[in-house]
Design a binder for this molecule. Structure first.
Ligand code: CTP
Length: 372
């Protein structure tokens, strides 16, 4: 990292100093080494908060099974863990341990926990391990770590200066004070797109229906709404300031014609509900879209998928449309994976495998980035 121009400060656990001397680490990093809460000789307190705020990235390498477990569970019994909890920069961790330790369900569970906190796992290598066993558990090679970090920072700036609107989640159309018409959308796909855009430096406005906003990048500007009408109002205002918009929300197509002030009582054997059409948010943005703006939407289809998606692309004046077929296993509401096909206005078609929604978001943003 020093060779590629970074400033480096080394924080290590006391046990790490059994492997490598403080002198080696301080000579190489050109900085003091931080290993204890207090400097023994002077009694001076080491400010882990300042260290955590100073860094643009925090790399835990090698990340032992012990440190990994403690990071995943919020332990704070050494300086490295206190710095981890104080860091407000991206955290990369490079697991390094023996084969069975790496494969143990506890370790895998802890890795998943760290990933759910948006920490980034550096790929664990395969090969000969310290025990003599052969398999997965080797720390990612230093050159590869440097390469991954450099690309991370390059990518982090690739959408800098761009303002992008995303909408996600369902809408709830009120019937009376205690009931609504809704759908099963979880908002996971749109939230993953918003996070991906934000991680590339874009200023992201997310208009989110009534679902959890957990797991969102703190830089994202969040507007929470309930109904299709509120979704329309928020999106049409924000869109005028944007370079692009990706609309993934499952906006209700109909809402009750009237909303009762009091709870509707069950008086009759039959009950007919009159519904009226809601505004099509995507179509309305397509109508006000300027030449310099890009607009993408989703299509959820169960039959004649591509044909229907292309009709929507044209009718709503989109640059591309992301087709979700309900016939694909691994795609659909509430799932953590998705399978998409993207159809562009210029006739190009991109098909993708079933992937975690986080990776689907990367594919979508990669395409949008070519437009921007
Ligand atoms: N959409 C919208 N406002 C609506 C309905 C849909 O903005 N009132 C947007 C969705 O966010 C999605 C796209 O339109 O990006 C397509 O939604 P979809 O449900 O597939 O299609 P609809 O246009 O609602 O048509 P249909 O239900 O007849 O398939």
């Amino acid at each position: 990292m020093i060779k590629s121009g970074a400033q480096v400060k080394v924080v290590c656990t006391p046990n790490a100093l059994d492997f490598v001397t403080p002198l080696t680490l301080s000579t190489l990093s050109k900085n003091a080494i931080y290993s204890h809460f207090f400097v023994k000789e002077t009694g001076e307190w080491v400010n882990h908060v300042e260290l955590g705020k100073w860094a643009d990235a925090f790399v835990v390498a090698p990340c032992t099974a012990n440190t990994l477990t403690k990071m995943a569970n919020g332990y704070c019994d050494n300086l490295l863990l206190a710095t981890y909890l104080s860091a407000d920069c991206p955290v990369f961790f490079a697991p390094a341990m023996d084969l069975d330790m790496y494969l143990h369900p506890t370790t895998q569970h802890n890795i998943s926990t760290l990933l759910s906190y948006n920490n980034i796992e550096l790929p664990t290598g395969e090969g000969e391990l310290a025990s003599g066993l052969v398999g997965k558990g080797r720390m990612c090679e230093p050159e590869e770590i440097e390469h991954i970090l450099s690309s991370y920072f390059e990518r982090e700036e690739s959408l800098l200066g761009k303002t992008i609107l995303v909408n996600a989640g369902p809408t709830h159309e009120k019937l009376d004070p205690v009931r609504f018409i809704g759908n099963y959308s979880s908002g996971k796909m749109g939230k993953a797109i918003a996070n991906e855009l934000s991680s590339r430096g874009a200023m992201v406005h997310l208009v989110l229906g009534p679902v959890s906003a957990d797991g969102l990048d703190t830089k994202i500007h969040l507007t929470k709404i309930e109904s299709a009408q509120e979704m329309y109002k928020a999106c049409s205002e924000i869109f005028t300031t944007c370079d692009a918009a990706i609309l993934s929300a499952a906006v209700a197509d109909y809402r009750p014609a009237s909303q009762e002030d009091q709870k509707i009582k069950k008086k009759t054997e039959e009950f007919n509900l009159e519904l009226v059409k809601t505004v099509d948010v995507l179509k309305s943005l397509g109508e006000i879209k300027k030449n310099h703006q890009f607009l993408a939407g989703f299509a959820l289809e169960t039959q004649n998928e591509q044909e229907n998606a292309l009709l929507k692309l044209e009718k709503k004046n989109l640059d591309f449309i992301i087709l979700n077929s309900m016939n694909d296993k691994g795609a659909g509401f509430g799932k953590d994976t998705n399978k998409i096909t993207i159809l562009e206005k210029n006739g190009k078609k991109h098909t993708f495998e079933t992937k975690p929604k986080k990776d689907v978001a990367i594919d979508i943003v990669n395409l949008l980035a070519t437009y921007l």
